[in-house]
Structures are given as structure tokens and as C-alpha cells.
Design a protein around this ligand. Structure first.
Ligand code: DTR
Length: 333
């Protein structure tokens, strides 16, 4: 009798355990990550690397769905789309909204940022130090820059005379530099440049050289003038409420990746530039033009006023302009 009661009690307990105890399996967190240029370009390559690292470091607790090529949000609507929650994460190029991103677009001043690695680290340090209000409605997951800009053109540009009135595609701070050199800057996001070149609306562009391969500009632009001037700043941003909803251990993975991703992307970009220069010369017969010393002096002299003007304008808007410029110069040493 006693045995039967013990057995019945045990049976009841085991049944309850299997009925009411369900192991707490953390549900998979799915995040949509929007990007604007085509998949082969460096902003999307870094996105895929971030995805792999996040899914690995969270042991699959986070699943990142990536949307390159503007399939979820386009360049100009990216920031507001992420703020509105149309995408959980987005990649923006601050140069496309110069009036909105005053502090971070200061990295596009002609201050001599030598490569994407130094540019990316300087941009991230600038953001961390000044915590600009321009990003107060989102969480910044990382920041990076492209490599310094060069003129890619359908006709050779060897002197300022050759630049006079030449319609070249650029954006943000790069537009001012082209104007100072006497060219006619035509502003548009990078993806729109393909059609503008084909239509002849522009006779080239001013940007980092990896686009010669990534956008096939080497087919039209058979000349590159090595100016090595101006970088463009990018940021990867996240919807604030979505970020707040993440478990603390996932937030830590994201924040641990912030500087690492900036360094990885800058290094990737610099390595890609070396490869594309060789590819452009050997596979596409692109002529690379170096400015003579006299010419370079003339071109540089045209840019001196740009930083002074930026300081004046930024100070008038209440920004610590001189400190920002001094910090960028210090960060790139
Ligand atoms: N040069 C900036 C930024 C840029 C450089 N390479 C890419 C590739 C894909 C998108 C943007 C960029 C620009 O002209 O837009």
C-alpha cells in the first residue's frame, strides 16, 4: 500500500514537472539592417562582417537580416527611417545631409586625413568626445570613413585650368573643395552617379578610388588625378527603443564591436584601394596623374579658406569649432 502511494506521488510530481516546467529558451532577436549602396561596396561588406560577428558572439540569439542597395531604406531617408523604426539598424553617409551633421562632417575638411583607418578612428574619437546632438535620437553602433578622395574623370585633369567648369559628382564637404578648385560640383548620393556618368550629366566624380571597381567607373573614367583630399564620414545607427529592448549581454556585444568595426572597416577600405589602383592600371588602362609640385601648391592654396570659413560658421551656430578642428588634427597624428 505504502509503495503504491509513494509511486503515485512520484508519478504526480514528474507529470507536473513535464507539464508546467518549460526550459526558458531565449527567443531569437531578429534585427533588420538597411543599407543604401549595392552589396559589393564597402559599406555593405562591413555590414555583412558585423552581422557574422554579432550572430557568432550572441550564439545565435540575434539574427541580422541585411538589406543592401536601398531595398529597405534609401540614403537620404535612412536616418529618419531608423528613428521611425522602419529599420532597426541603418548605415548613413553624413555627407548627404551636410546641414544636419555639423560636428561629424567636420572630418570632411581638408585637414590631411591620410587614409580610411586614421579617418575612421578620428571620426569615432570625435563622436565619443563631443557626443553631438545630431545623433541624440539614435544609438551609434560604429562610425567609419572612406579613403581620401581623388578625381576620376573621362578626360585628363592635370591643371586647375582643366578643372575649370568641369561637372564632377561629389557630396557634402567635397562639393566645397571642387568649387574652390573651379570645378562644377554636382551633388548626389553615390548610387545615382552611375546614371549621371552614362547620361553625361557629369564628366567624372570626386571620391575614394574603390568605386572604380565597385561601381565599374573604370569603364568610363580613364583618368585619375591623385589629389588625396577629403574623406566622407559614415555612421551605423540603431533605433533607440529597439536597442533599449535588447538584453544587457547583447548590448555589450554591440558596444564591444563599436571601435573594432571602425578599425576593421578602415583597414578593409585601405587594403581595397591598393588593390583597385593596380586593377585600374593593369586591367582597365586607367591613367593615374600626379600633380606637379607647383600645381599641387596652387591646388592646396585654394583650400585654405575652407577650414577658416567652417570655423566661422560652426562657431556662429554655437559649436566649439576651433577645438573640433584641433582635435581632428591631433587624432590623425
Ligand atoms: N565618397 C562618398 C562615400 C562613398 C565612397 N565609396 C562609397 C561606396 C558606396 C556608397 C558611398 C560611398 C560618396 O561620394 O558618396
Amino acid at each position: 500500500m505504502v509503495k503504491r502511494s509513494i509511486f503515485s506521488a512520484l508519478f504526480f510530481i514528474v507529470t507536473c514537472l513535464f507539464t508546467f516546467y518549460t526550459p526558458v529558451m531565449a527567443e531569437v532577436i531578429k534585427l533588420n539592417y538597411a543599407n543604401f549602396p549595392p552589396a559589393p561596396t564597402f559599406p555593405c561588406v562591413q555590414m555583412e562582417r558585423w552581422k557574422v560577428e554579432v550572430e557568432k558572439r550572441t550564439n545565435g540569439q540575434v539574427l541580422v537580416n541585411t538589406f543592401p542597395g536601398g531595398t529597405l531604406l534609401e540614403a537620404k531617408g535612412m536616418m529618419d527611417g531608423v528613428i521611425a523604426g522602419q529599420a532597426d539598424i541603418g548605415n548613413i553617409c553624413m555627407a548627404y545631409q551636410p546641414g544636419r551633421f555639423i560636428v561629424t562632417n567636420s572630418t570632411s575638411l581638408p585637414l590631411g586625413i591620410p587614409d580610411a583607418k586614421k579617418g575612421s578612428m578620428a571620426l569615432l574619437k570625435l563622436y565619443e568626445k563631443y557626443q553631438p546632438k545630431e545623433f541624440e535620437d539614435v544609438v551609434v553602433l560604429t562610425m567609419f570613413t572612406n579613403a581620401p578622395g581623388n578625381v576620376m574623370s573621362t578626360s585628363p585633369v592635370k591643371t586647375l585650368e582643366d578643372m575649370k567648369g568641369l561637372s564632377l559628382r561629389a557630396s557634402g564637404g567635397a562639393n566645397e573643395i571642387l568649387s574652390a578648385w573651379g570645378a562644377n560640383p554636382v551633388g548626389m548620393p553615390m548610387p545615382a552617379t552611375v546614371e549621371a556618368l552614362q547620361k553625361g550629366t557629369v564628366k567624372g566624380l570626386f571620391s575614394s578610388l574603390e568605386v572604380m571597381k565597385d561601381f565599374k567607373f573604370a569603364e568610363n573614367c580613364k583618368f585619375v588625378t591623385l589629389t588625396e583630399t577629403v574623406i566622407y564620414p559614415f555612421a551605423v545607427i540603431m533605433n533607440k527603443a529597439k536597442y533599449a529592448s535588447l538584453p544587457d549581454d547583447v548590448k555589450k556585444v554591440f558596444m564591444d564591436l563599436k571601435e573594432e568595426q571602425a578599425l576593421w572597416t578602415g583597414t578593409y577600405m585601405d587594403d581595397q584601394i591598393k588593390e583597385v589602383i593596380t586593377w585600374s592600371k593593369e586591367s582597365n588602362q586607367v591613367e593615374f596623374i600626379s600633380l606637379s609640385a607647383d600645381e599641387k601648391t596652387k591646388w592646396d592654396a585654394k583650400l585654405e579658406f575652407i577650414t577658416e570659413n567652417w570655423i566661422k560658421d560652426a562657431k556662429a551656430k554655437g559649436f566649439p569649432a576651433e577645438e573640433i578642428v584641433a582635435d581632428i588634427k591631433a587624432f590623425i597624428q
